[in-house]
Design a protein around this ligand. Structure first.
Ligand code: MN
Length: 337
């Protein structure tokens, strides 16, 4: 066990909230680790602790693989307001802004807020009164939950083991970042009934044909710019702007801006590599999307590496403003590549 005190702390906390109504909130969009861990926390609270009701909230839009995982686990993801929760558990969030649209409600909750995470806490820490269980020594929150289940003397069933396996598998970049402890845990999960290829298949959903076309057209129409050591790709498609922005990032640029007409205006989806944010401090939500929204008569926001804006403008004008804001933030001129 990497951090016995942390694990016992979480075990005590979970056992202390019997009879309560609990809302579990993941990071924006969710992923296998966040959803897998949330699922097992929900099961522990319902089956072992005896909570009054446990609901899982994934802020903003979920990706197709995350929806497929939830279906596989027969897990209902809640949408809409959190409402009357006695306890909120933030899972795998990394920072408060990752609670997305739920942040306001979380801050206003008239009860306990707890964080269970393996990301470094935000600069300045979490607000006072939050119960924070964070350890960067874990490769995945799902790995934390495995130790918690053991400490609570709970034997995981096959579906729970699969949920934790998927979280560990994807958060370790398909086990390439796994150390001996992680691999030992994976072996234990296999003993509990996980069939790795079957679990992984459950998340690898085929991409819709229209989304494939959008992604490929997005790549064909790409414009590429360079600012210092950073590459910025822009493109325009009439739908699937967000998957196209993600796809361009996976081709190798550091920042992608993908625009399209939407209703009587324009939408721009933007994505950045984590490395870009870490080294430049440029936050797409705060430094680009919010400002574009304000200046072009719409609204925008999001997070450091994922943001979106709606505005009353043409796609060309919106992208032009995004680029000039990036130039301003980075303090350098861009050039066409
Ligand atoms: Mn994680």
């Amino acid at each position: 066990m990497r951090d016995k005190a942390l694990i016992e702390g979480i075990g005590h906390f979970l056992r202390s909230i019997g009879g309560k109504r609990v809302a579990i909130v993941t990071h924006v969009g969710g992923d296998a680790d966040a959803v897998g861990a949330a699922y097992v926390i929900k099961r522990l609270l319902e089956e072992t602790v005896g909570c009054a009701g446990v609901y899982i909230y994934v802020p903003d839009e979920t990706s197709a693989p995350v929806r497929a995982m939830a279906r596989y686990l027969k897990l209902d993801l809640s949408s809409g307001a959190i409402g009357e929760a006695d306890v909120v558990i933030l899972v795998d969030v990394g920072s408060l802004e990752q609670a997305g649209d739920y942040l306001k409600e979380v801050m206003r909750i008239n009860g306990k807020v707890c964080v269970i995470d393996h990301h470094a806490p935000p600069q300045g820490g979490y607000p006072q009164g939050f119960l924070v269980f964070v350890s960067e020594s874990y490769r995945a929150v799902c790995e934390i939950l495995m130790d918690v289940a053991q400490t609570m003397d709970v034997k995981l069933d096959t579906l729970e083991a699969e949920a934790l396996f998927l979280g560990i598998y994807y958060d370790t970049a398909r086990l390439s970042l796994a150390d001996q402890e992680t691999m030992g845990k994976v072996c234990e999960l296999v003993r509990l009934g996980v069939n790795p290829s079957k679990s992984i298949q459950s998340m690898e959903v085929p991409i819709d044909l229209s989304e494939r076309i959008a992604r490929l057209k997005g790549a064909m129409r790409m414009n590429l710019y360079r600012i210092g050591e950073w590459l910025i790709a822009t493109s325009q498609v009439s739908s699937f702007q967000t998957p196209v922005a993600r796809a361009l990032l996976s081709l190798g640029c550091h920042v992608s801006l993908v625009a399209g007409e939407y209703k009587d205006g324009t939408v721009v989806s933007m994505r950045a590599q984590q490395d870009f944010f870490n080294k430049t401090g440029v936050n797409l939500g705060r430094d680009v999307a919010q400002i574009v929204g304000t200046r072009l008569g719409g609204y925008g926001g999001g997070h450091s590496t994922a943001a979106r804006v709606y505005c009353k403008s043409t796609p060309d004008k919106a992208i032009e403003l995004c680029l000039s804001l990036l130039e301003g933030s980075l303090g350098e001129r861009l050039s066409r590549v």
